[in-house]
Design a protein around this ligand. Structure first.
Ligand code: SF4
Ligand code: ZN
Length: 358
């Protein structure tokens, strides 16, 4: 007689189940992307420990995140934009950098002091970006002031960070921590690492002469509005308390195509957070020892953080203003009747009646 093993009981549950569902959802996407063009490039302004800089943001197409191919995070649609079949060559990646520089020359007011490179995965993962490419990119941007590179904590090591700091660049590793609460990160986001790994990554970045910018996700699926708010309040504080983590970017979850969040949204089971919640966290964590910013994507739309439709642009403007000045009084100037609805949602929404309002 065959004996049941623990694996039999685990199959179809927990992370296994999350991953299986997400692979099926992503398989619905059949578009393909050019490996010689970056996924996206834009010019913006960013607050850093050395003040506000014009920034060049590049989303490199590196073939996508390894974790995403196994299933990935419940809200992440980036992998659907990646190159089919895995890796992108050195030459193609450098073509993407050249294309981003052309975009900057055409659109920006001179060279940006800050360059931010995201990969929809991990720039410091050798299987996404090889050592040769990483060094060539460090040299290409060596004359700028500051660089941000995205990586999951596993791949952050002091030596790789030093390749950038040696160029004289202030270097920040952007880590998609999502939340400081391990339970929420595992069960709601389906991310596999722990807060302790984030702390270790901060220590590595610091040892390489750099720092860390933590990215948090407000309101992953399965949390009520008040749980999400509480999770962010404590996460901002816990991140700010880690040595080496000088900036926290707290961003509301938005509904991306080919994700579990999208499926829930379609069935009426998910509402992105209220902009009031974003403002509340920014306002109530101003005493935390870090720059805290937020950039709500798709604000005001059903798929992004939104309020009633009347006040969304005003609240978004206050948030952007806060990002640059870190002055909580910007929120005193925005009011709307829908604050009452938001307060009701905070007090009455529970996991069995979500979402309480659209
Ligand atoms: S959020 Fe990051 S780690 Fe998760 S699937 Fe997307 S790219 Fe990968
Ligand atoms: Zn309103």
């Amino acid at each position: 007689m065959s004996k049941p093993t623990p694996e039999v009981y685990e199959r179809g549950r927990g992370m296994d189940a999350h991953n299986q569902v997400m692979r099926d959802i992503r398989a619905e996407n059949d578009q393909s992307y050019d490996p010689h063009e970056p996924t996206r490039v834009w010019i913006d302004e960013d607050n850093t420990p050395d003040g506000v800089y014009q920034s060049l943001t590049i989303i490199l197409n590196t073939g996508g995140c390894r974790w995403a191919r196994a299933g990935g995070c419940t809200m992440c649609g980036y992998v659907a934009e990646s190159v089919e079949g895995g890796s992108v060559s050195h030459d193609a990646l450098m073509d993407q950098i050249r294309s981003a520089l052309d975009h900057e020359a055409a659109e920006a007011d001179g060279e940006s002091g800050l360059v931010k490179i995201y990969t929809s995965g991990s720039f410091l993962d050798e299987r996404e970006v090889g050592a040769e490419t990483r060094q060539a990119i460090a040299e290409t941007f060596g004359d700028r002031d500051r660089i941000v590179i995205e990586s999951l904590p596993d791949f952050v090591d002091a030596e790789k960070v030093t390749e950038f700091t040696e160029q004289g660049l202030e270097t920040d590793v952007a880590v998609g921590l999502e939340t400081a609460t391990d339970r929420v990160r595992h069960d709601c986001v389906n991310k596999y690492f722990d807060f302790a790994d984030f702390e270790a990554a901060c220590a590595e970045a610091l040892a390489g002469g750099g720092g860390v910018k933590a990215y948090l996700l407000m309101k992953p699926p399965f949390l009520s509005e008040s749980e999400a708010l509480e999770d962010m309040n404590s996460s901002v504080r816990r991140c700010a308390a880690v040595e080496g983590c000088h900036t926290v970017s707290m961003n509301p979850c938005n509904v991306q195509r080919y994700t579990m969040v999208d499926e829930l949204f379609f069935e009426g089971g998910y509402r992105p957070p209220w902009l009031w919640s974003v403002a509340e966290v920014l306002e109530s964590t101003t005493d935390a020892d870090a720059i805290v910013v937020s950039d709500p994507v798709g604000h005001g739309s059903d798929r992004g953080a939104h309020n009633c439709g009347e006040c969304d642009d005003r609240v978004q403007r206050a948030i952007k203003d806060f990002d640059l000045r870190q002055d909580p009084s910007v929120f005193e100037q925005v009011e709307c009747d829908c604050e009452r609805t938001w307060e009701l949602v905070l007090s009455e929404e529970a996991s069995y009646n979500m979402p309480l309002s659209r």
